[in-house]
Design a protein around this ligand. Structure first.
Ligand SMILES: [Zn+2]
Length: 254
């Protein structure tokens, strides 16, 4: 299959320290973008990034801080026991319960994003996977799971394990009556898939409200998934968003 995009590869920083600085800046930018898209709902939502030197530790947002104010230096580091080992803020217990188990189940996953975005959570109430209604939605075709067992706020790692099982080897999972969770080998890809998936939920909700949408047939949905649904495709699609938010809010890099 011919390459749709000549995608430049993600920058490999040289030292672990430089890798960590890069990772934290991407993570802070992802939070600023989530705020711009209106994905915040009070204190709900978290994006995590695995530390380059300590793979069982992850960086995450300080519990209770507005996404739109987060700078790289505000991020906190959490260990495998759920203790904050860098930074003074607390960690959201649900963030630890879900993300620690997703990172443990998927060694390839560097970043995981979850929030209570309006269209993602509304779509989640239907208890269905997304259909390949548009080209963009094909990025998720046969590539997202459904966790259809809502039992309250996720506070136990055993429930995080069940979320990880529903995610399987895919890039995303719909948490019924709750919202979306996406993953990637970079912060960039995980954040882009979240943004795109929320918009695909919005699109399908509107299409079904307006009439009877015609899905793309499986053969072409699969082909389109191969063209736009790769890790590199997710990373590349995030680059203009990153450049926009850094230009508009350069303090996020601090
Ligand atoms: Zn949640």
């Amino acid at each position: 299959m011919p390459e749709l995009f000549e995608t430049p590869k993600p920058v490999e920083a040289r030292s672990p320290g430089a890798q960590r600085a890069h990772l934290k800046q991407r993570l802070a930018a992802a939070f600023r973008l989530f705020a711009r898209y209106g994905f915040d709902e009070g204190v709900a939502g978290h994006i995590t990034a695995r530390d380059p030197e300590q793979p069982e530790h992850f960086w995450v947002n300080p519990f209770g801080m507005y996404f739109g104010h987060i700078r790289a230096s505000d991020l906190i580091l959490v260990n495998a026991q759920g203790e904050v080992v860098k930074g003074r803020a607390k960690v959201n217990r649900a963030a630890f319960a879900i993300h620690s188990r997703v990172h443990a189940a998927r060694p390839d996953v560097v970043a995981a994003a979850h929030s209570h975005s309006m269209y993602g959570r509304t779509w989640s109430a239907l208890g269905r996977r997304l259909d390949p209604l548009t080209q963009d939605a094909c990025a998720f075709y046969e590539d997202h799971g459904l966790f259809d067992d809502y039992t309250g706020v996720v506070l136990e790692t055993s429930e995080g394990d069940r979320v990880a099982r529903a995610l399987g080897a895919s890039k995303a999972v719909i948490l019924r009556n709750h919202g979306l969770l996406t993953v990637g080998q970079t912060v960039d890809a995980a954040a882009f898939w979240f943004i795109s998936m929320d918009r695909c939920c919005h699109s399908q909700l509107m299409a079904e409200a307006a009439g009877k949408p015609i899905p793309i047939d499986p053969e072409h949905a699969r082909k389109t998934h191969g063209q736009i649904g790769s890790e590199e495709g997710g990373w590349f699609s995030f680059q203009p968003l990153y450049e926009r938010i850094v230009r508009e809010e350069p303090d996020l890099l601090e």
